[in-house]
Write a protein that binds this ligand. Structure first.
Ligand code: CMX
Length: 439
């Protein structure tokens, strides 16, 4: 058993005992209540899932294993003292709950380089899709096609004891994470560049390698990718993509199937697709005022376009959140990155003016529970600035990063032997009768 697995085994055995103890001592303790509003309202706020990797606070934002993003920035190993945390360290923390040493980060980095060989048929599967296919269709399909290498699936079919599920799940998750930047950059180069594949550089870290294989090589853009990957890595278990992956995995589907399904959830406009929608919408704004993209729109013009959007029944992309009730720290991290590195850029500046005007407009309209920006309100502007202009690719980048948290949690699902998910549903007639009986 390798070093990380050994560490995981010790932690996992302890957590497994804790779960057993909870089940025998407190199984019937009530954690939350479910109202008709919850049943009809997307189960918003109902505590009914177990996620070890992270916890979302409505005001502070995400904490990975107890650490806020600014705290992580300080404690996680970095390439240089001023740089951004490395994804390998983020994964180690999400998986084990411990802050890694630089040696542990290097162990994972090398391990992922070793595991980065994508089976050839996966590229052929991507190539076989029609040219009208969207990048997220290609990405999710490629992950699904990668399932031929699933060790969990093979071992489970041959008979595997429940307490050993985690081991081959770990192998699958590590292989999948290692291969995702290779798959994603292949899609990028095929769809938006000359199609020539750029080989992985065995000396680079996972995030920088992703930039490198897409065709972007500078220390500044490597830093952008490290920042992007660490802030998007996890957002507890209830969001659509994480929850979908967990749900599918609960049927003992392998990690490739599960994550592929999660990515289809991420592709929805109310979730990860919003990162492309924000840029598309900013372009629409420029078109509406018949202005060149390099010019700066005025605050009045931007305000008026926000109102036009809302009056036509659309949402303002990048604003609002099902859980957050304050500015998303992932938004702030990106804005600080822009303040540090981007001296002038009309789209980045537009994102900043939007932050000035949108919350008050949403507050005045009184509908959105959270008028503040989420992660997607800024990411596209930054990527545009650095030359990644094909915004329909942005959700794929989000998906590469999110595998760190969702993948770590899938290993824990197996370690703790979490059962197949099967909540109850009710008919509308039942709800109506129930509401009358309670009058
Ligand atoms: N613009 C306009 N209206 C908004 C809004 C926004 N940005 N955010 C919420 N509202 C509206 C909702 O559409 C809803 O209207 P209806 O009652 O007519 O359906 C009302 O305000 C109440 O919604 P809510 O309880 O505040 O928000 P939800 O929890 O239902 O939805 C979210 C959350 C993110 C889907 C929503 O805020 C939204 O659509 N935002 C824009 C899309 C976006 O940025 N999504 C990315 C989220 C982050 C991510 O997952 O990546």
């Amino acid at each position: 058993m390798d070093y990380i697995k050994q560490r995981l085994f010790e932690k996992g055995s302890e957590a497994r005992a804790q779960v057993q103890e909870l089940l025998s001592s407190s199984k019937d303790l009530i954690v939350d209540e479910v109202t008709i509003g919850h049943v009809l309202g997307g189960m918003r706020g109902v505590t009914s899932l177990l996620t070890l990797t992270s916890k979302l606070d409505p005001y502070e934002g995400i904490r990975y294993r107890g650490f806020t993003l600014p705290e992580l920035y300080k404690v996680l190993p970095r390439k240089n003292p001023e740089g951004e945390p490395l994804a390998e360290g983020v994964f180690f923390l999400l998986l084990t709950g411990d802050v890694p040493t630089i040696e542990e980060v290097e162990f994972i980095r090398q391990d992922w380089v070793q595991r980065s060989n994508v089976p050839d048929h996966v590229f052929r599967t991507i190539d076989a899709l029609p040219s009208s296919s969207k990048p997220m269709t290609r990405f999710s399909t490629a992950i699904l096609a990668s399932a031929t290498q699933s060790q969990f699936q093979k071992k489970h079919r041959n008979g595997l004891r429940k307490e050993d599920y985690w081991d081959s799940t770990y192998e699958d998750v590590m292989n999948m994470i290692a291969q995702l930047p290779v798959i994603a950059s292949y899609i990028y180069r095929k769809e938006f560049e000359d199609g020539k594949v750029i080989a992985l550089d065995p000396d680079l870290d996972w995030s920088a390698n992703f930039a490198h294989m897409m065709g972007f090589d500078s220390e500044e853009i490597y830093r952008l990718f490290r920042m992007y990957m660490y802030i998007h890595a996890d957002h507890e278990g209830g969001n659509v993509s994480a929850h979908t992956a967990h749900l599918v995995a609960s049927a003992l589907s392998n990690p490739f199937y599960s994550y592929s399904a999660g990515m289809i959830g991420l592709a929805g406009p109310l979730h990860g697709y919003a990162n492309q929608d924000v840029v598309r919408w900013i372009f629409d704004m420029y078109k509406h005022f018949d202005r060149d993209i390099k010019e700066q729109l005025t605050e009045d013009e931007i305000t008026s376009f926000v109102n036009i959007t809302l009056d036509s029944g659309k949402v303002v992309p990048g604003y609002g959140h099902a859980v957050l009730r304050a500015t998303d720290p992932r938004f702030t991290t990106q804005m600080e990155f822009a303040d540090k590195y981007v001296s002038s850029d009309s789209i980045v500046d537009t994102a900043k003016v939007l932050y000035k005007v949108v919350p008050q407009i949403l507050l005045d309209r009184g509908k959105a529970k959270n008028p503040w920006p989420n992660v997607d309100a800024f990411s596209g502007s930054l990527l545009m600035h650095y030359g990644i202009k094909d915004y329909i690719f942005y959700t794929v980048m989000f998906g590469v990063s999110r595998a760190l948290g969702v993948g770590a949690q899938l290993i824990w699902d197996r370690f703790l032997g979490l059962p197949i998910e099967r909540p109850n549903s009710q008919t509308l007639d039942w709800l109506i009768d129930f509401s009358k009986s309670e009058d």
